[in-house]
Design a protein around this ligand. Structure first.
Ligand code: AHR
Length: 744
């Protein structure tokens, strides 16, 4: 009778879902269930979408059915047809829970053995990789605000400088190589003022790296070298002014300018101004005459108040990741296109007025080398990171190997190591002390070159590596030497010596990352350790989107599981200035402009992993892992097509902190639907029913953060219950989850 009534109501599933959606009742269902129900077309088409073979937890489906039915029944109290229909749905849900075990077997299960250790987690697993790319230092982390401060960016033009002629004042400016400050800074800026007065001001202005940031109640240190001809003795006015000239945010005067080069410094203090970046540094004269300028600089407050230091906001983003090490100074930047444009470390130390700077020809802009060797080391100290020092290995990308200079290059590397680690009595340790850092620094790893399997590097790398290896080991037997001929290019690996560590690089799309999470599972455990010295899922620009973060997170489950052999890893590139023209390499972890900065979803994924990995890897086996079909791209140059593959849509690992007993279960759901997983933990004493979940999820894989929406996606930590040695949990679509399970 009931059945007949319901059938006669002719409410089909599609209309039912539509009615349900219109009623907006899903809002009061639990979050995940609501998300499922909102996907009406997927319900109608039997829960299949975008090639996804999805194993659905029948129990959760029952709960969904029964909850939905109850809510509808309550809502439509007066409508018998709908109430009957609801009753039928409830019955269906209930009876489904009595379905034979076979249905239940398709539930995804993760079985964790908590009283066994599969591997140790390397305490150095997550670090940072950095080089001058995408305006990482000049126009990025290095806090200098003046662009082209030494006038060497362009030999014929004072680029990023403008002539100021206010109120009828007149003059001209030009580059001058006849008035060098010293042998390092050979070009100066000549300002000739022909007409000036109290209101007729003439001068020079710099608009920084896409603006000069002004923040309220902030002190800026402006400095410059200057000299004047006989007809001019001052004063000069130094100001931070809005680009339209309407607002002077801060102002100071240098009273006298002499006839010889001298450094002048003033403090500029901004008042209550709202934060802005459409501003310039302006230096003006109000009397006629000729003035030369060199090394014009403007610094805001820096992290830890270091002179010549770093931007606090970006440093804080990095500090929050708790990175273990810093690989520097490259990347391509260590090699340069030519021997002359390599990272020539000896030209990057000492007072900044003694640093000539160099063309970063790999990434095509001028580097002041304000971020020099000592600044890299201080950056390490500030964030308690170990330096991983990459030395120039006698190979530049365009020029090729400079084997004639090899002995010189080896000596340069030995000197560099001495600069980092040597006592004050050593030549280069003494130089470091003179430069302001008396204490030697701890160094464990030295990397020989960068990607030396590429270009023509592989032809000579074995020979070059052996030279460096022998010389470094002879003087520093405890140092570990990293080869940059990767294990992924077996034809070009080093054979004449056994490197302590090999640097592998991976730049891929999300599916490629997801399909290769077992990359290191079967690596030889008795060979060299692995340093994944550059890796990234490259989807999204300038910074990675959620799909990239999912690829990264899947990849990290694999690195972490294998971190007995993968002892270190670092994403690259780390930074990007998001302004037009700021980016040479798309998909970079952290973005910024002159005023603000943000972490991408991939940044947050790394932070989630690094803050939650404990000391040991626990064995985990899975059952009924959901998969999707994926067609790998054809090889480069149209290589043979590969067969389609089944790739999981769920990735996981489990680790434990031995001190606290906390078990970290990481689950990455790369599918566009929620997935239910039953977790079974064996061998752990009393897993508490309450714990914490750190979850980052998105409603679409393209979702991302940006300079205008800096934290659209970020992990959220909540207390959870219902945990234990055996529990089922729903992982939201497009999500990364860390479950912190407390064991007593
Ligand atoms: O990370 C960007 C570049 O990629 C690095 O400079 C180089 O090592 C790699 O090819």
């Amino acid at each position: 009778m009931l059945l007949r009534k319901c059938c006669s109501a002719r409410v089909d599933a599609r209309r039912f879902c539509a009615a349900f959606q219109r009623s907006r009742l899903y809002r009061i269902l639990p979050h995940e269930i609501g998300k499922l129900v909102r996907r009406k077309p997927k319900i109608a088409s039997g829960w299949r979408t975008d090639n996804l073979k999805w194993t659905f937890d029948i129990l959760a489906l029952n709960v969904l059915f029964m909850n939905t039915a109850k809510i509808l029944a309550d809502k439509f109290r007066g409508n018998h047809t709908v109430r009957h229909l609801c009753f039928l749905i409830m019955l269906a849900g209930l009876s489904a829970s009595w379905l034979p075990a076979q249905t239940n077997d398709s539930v995804t299960v993760l079985k964790i053995t908590a009283d066994q250790v599969a591997a140790k987690v390397s305490p150095k697993l997550y670090g940072l990789m950095t080089e001058e790319i995408n305006y990482s230092y000049d126009g990025g982390l290095y806090a200098e605000l003046v662009r082209n401060r030494t006038f060497k960016w362009n030999p014929s033009n004072a680029v990023y400088w403008q002539l100021v002629q206010d109120g009828g004042g007149a003059g001209s400016m030009s580059l001058d190589t006849n008035q060098p400050l010293n042998s390092a800074l050979t070009t100066s800026l000549k300002l000739e003022v022909s007409k000036a007065g109290r209101k007729e001001r003439v001068g020079i202005a710099n608009d920084g790296f896409w603006g000069i940031p002004v923040k309220p109640k902030t002190k800026y240190r402006a400095s410059f070298y200057a000299k004047a001809d006989k007809g001019f003795s001052g004063p000069l006015t130094v100001e931070i002014v809005s680009s339209n000239g309407a607002t002077v945010f801060a102002s100071a005067q240098v009273r006298r300018i002499g006839g010889e080069w001298k450094k002048y410094e003033v403090t500029l203090t901004a008042g209550k101004a709202a934060p802005s970046k459409e501003n310039r540094l302006v230096i003006t004269a109000s009397k006629p005459g000729t003035i030369w300028f060199s090394l014009v600089s403007l610094f805001p407050p820096t992290f830890n108040d270091r002179p010549n230091g770093n931007r606090p906001d970006i440093m804080q983003i990095l500090a929050d990741m708790h990175p273990a090490f810093l690989r520097f100074p490259g990347g391509n930047y260590v090699e340069g296109n030519t021997f002359a444009t390599r990272f020539d470390w000896k030209k990057t130390i000492g007072d900044i007025s003694q640093r000539p700077g160099h063309l970063d020809d790999g990434w095509r802009y001028w580097s002041t080398d304000g971020m020099g060797l000592l600044e890299f080391l201080e950056w390490c100290e500030d964030l308690k990171m170990q330096p991983v020092l990459a030395v120039y290995a006698g190979y530049s990308m365009r020029q090729g190997a400079v084997t004639n200079e090899l002995d010189f290059c080896v000596q340069e590397a030995l000197d560099e190591i001495e600069y980092v680690t040597g006592g004050r009595s050593t030549k280069w340790g003494g130089q470091r002390a003179k430069d302001g850092h008396p204490a030697p620094l701890k160094l464990e790893f030295v990397e020989i070159g960068n990607e030396d399997n590429l270009g023509t590097g592989w032809r000579t790398y074995d020979l070059r590596f052996a030279k460096f290896y022998d010389a470094i080991k002879a003087k520093y037997p405890n140092l570990k030497i990293i080869s940059t001929a990767p294990t992924t290019d077996t034809r070009h690996m080093v054979t004449s010596r056994t490197p302590d560590v090999i640097d592998d690089h991976f730049y891929r799309n999300s599916m490629q990352m997801q399909s290769d999470t077992h990359h290191y599972d079967n690596y030889d455990r008795s060979g060299p350790k692995i340093f994944v010295g550059e890796w990234a899922t490259r989807e999204g620009r300038p910074t990675p989107n959620m799909n990239a973060a999912l690829g990264d997170a899947a990849w990290m489950t694999g690195m972490e599981r294998n971190s007995d052999i993968v002892i270190m890893s670092c994403y690259a590139p780390l930074f990007v200035n998001v302004n037009p023209g700021g980016m040479q390499w798309p998909t970079d972890l952290i973005g910024y402009d002159a005023l603000t900065s943000y972490g991408s979803p991939a940044y947050y994924a790394q932070k989630m992993f690094n803050l939650n990995h404990g000391d040991v890897v626990l064995p985990v086996v899975s059952e009924n892992l959901p998969t999707r079909e994926w067609q790998p791209p054809a090889g480069r140059g149209g290589g043979p097509a590969q067969a389609p593959r089944q790739v999981p849509t769920l990735f996981f690992n489990a680790t434990r902190d031995n001190k606290t007993g906390t078990v970290f279960l990481k689950v990455v759901n790369s599918a566009g639907a929620a997935q239910n997983v039953r977790v079974e933990i064996n061998g752990a004493a009393n897993i508490a029913s309450t714990g914490e979940a750190v979850v980052m999820s998105a409603s679409a894989p393209e979702d991302t953060n940006s300079i205008t929406e800096p934290a659209k996606l970020a992990p959220v930590t909540t207390k959870v219950d219902g945990l234990g040695a055996n529990f089922t949990r729903t992982f939201p679509p497009y999500s990364i989850t860390v479950l912190r399970l407390n064991s007593k």
